[in-house]
Design a protein around this ligand. Structure first.
Ligand SMILES: C[S@@+](CC[C@H](N)C(=O)[O-])C[C@H]1O[C@@H](n2cnc3c(N)ncnc32)[C@H](O)[C@@H]1O
Length: 372
């Protein structure tokens, strides 16, 4: 059948005139075929989809869907969620318990022994400020505010208790003086001074703890910070606790330098180094303070001072004298005290003395004159 169909029928005999017509037909068909089969210029390939937020979101959504369909995923996810709930509940109960024991002051039976011991140390040594203000508060009467023309005719403001001034200044103290200290290299003087501090040390008038950054815990066995202003002392304590949380031999005492010997008479405590920076100028009785340092110094101990006072230049002194009263009111400091005279009157032996800033900054290393 197939062969029958395939077998071409008898060729149609066309007259010769038809030949040209035939040729024309086939060539036009070829042409049109060529025309239609010519590949059209293809479009440039579409750029790959940008890695936009939308596509990423879709990918994640798809991934999550696939993950969700995984048979073991749901089991593990439920298990994880249960664990999370249990851990949160446990932490919550612990926190509530802790708060309860803190509030009642009872020892927490759930805490480890070491943790309890650490807490106790923090409370008693690092945390507590001993309040040993023994001297009677001096009244800031008008008589105290008047200038005192001392024996050498210096225009030094009358002594007064500056505790209230420093209590008021405390929180802004660092912000107010950091630039002055940086530009006048006081930070460097502090660093040099702190290299001299050894053994059991006492810092008098510690203020906001501006010497703490240079504290050398390798050489200092214990440190006692003393200041008459509770707020200044609080700031020093915050700084020290933050920087040396593990240092245990530290105590904070609120009291006056003038009462030191009386304060220490109960404990009999003495020190290898007693130091003070920019404190004498703010004391009511700097002479009494130095007497106390001497009394609390161990044999071969050292007193190290960085102070400011009258300069070696008269012109500078005149300016300081003029503004002395204003300075005490604002900064609680008598900046035109004759520090050399105070040190010499103390009867302490000067081992080293230097001056900076036109002779208005004093550095001393002193010892008791009965030491070898
Ligand atoms: C000028 S500030 C110096 C603070 C710190 N020593 C420093 O170098 O930055 C003086 C500090 O002496 C304290 N102060 C004033 N009178 C005092 C006194 N009689 N005994 C102990 N501290 C006193 C003030 O509370 C204040 O913190």
């Amino acid at each position: 059948m197939y062969n029958l169909l395939k077998r071409s029928p008898q060729p149609i005999k066309r007259p010769l005139g038809c030949l040209s017509q035939n040729v024309l037909l086939t060539s036009s068909a070829r042409l049109s075929l060529r025309y239609f089969s010519t590949p059209k210029p293809s479009r440039p390939p579409a750029p790959p989809p940008k890695n936009s937020f939308k596509t990423k979101y879709k990918q994640i959504k798809l991934g999550w869907k696939q993950l969700n369909e995984h048979p073991s995923f749901r089991t593990w996810a439920s298990f994880g969620m249960i664990l999370l709930y249990v851990a949160t509940a446990y932490a919550g109960i612990q926190y509530l318990n802790d708060t309860k024991y803190k509030a009642t002051g009872d020892p927490n039976p759930y805490k480890k022994k070491e943790d309890l011991e650490k807490e106790r140390l923090e409370k008693t040594q690092i945390g507590e400020i001993k309040d040993v203000n023994t001297s009677k508060q001096t009244e800031n009467s008008d008589a105290h505010k008047k200038c005192n023309h001392d024996k050498d005719g210096l225009n030094v403001p009358a002594p007064r208790d500056t505790t209230d001034i420093f209590d008021g200044l405390a929180r802004e103290y660092d912000n107010k003086i950091w630039f002055e200290e940086l530009s006048s290299h006081i930070w460097y003087r502090r660093r040099q001074l702190m290299k001299q501090i050894k053994g059991d040390a006492l810092e008098v008038s510690c203020g906001t703890g501006r010497n703490i950054p240079y504290f050398d815990k390798e050489n200092i066995t214990s440190i006692t910070f003393l200041d008459s202003s509770k707020t200044m002392l609080e700031i020093a304590r915050e700084k020290f606790t933050k920087k040396y949380p593990e240092y245990e031999k530290v105590q904070y005492v609120r009291g006056k330098a003038e009462d030191l010997a009386q304060m220490a008479s109960h404990s009999g405590q003495k020190f290898d180094t007693i130091f003070e920076t920019f404190g004498l100028c703010s004391h009511e009785d700097p002479q009494a303070a130095l007497e106390n340092f001497k009394a609390l110094l161990r044999p071969n101990g050292r007193i190290v001072l960085l102070e400011h006072g009258r300069s070696s230049y008269d012109s500078l002194n005149q300016t300081m004298d003029k503004k002395a009263e204003q300075r005490v009111e604002e900064w609680g400091c008598r900046w035109n005290l004759d520090i050399d005279a105070i040190v010499q009157d103390s009867g302490l032996e000067i081992l080293e003395s230097k001056k900076y800033h036109f002779g208005s900054t004093y550095y001393y290393i002193l010892k008791r004159n009965d030491d070898e």
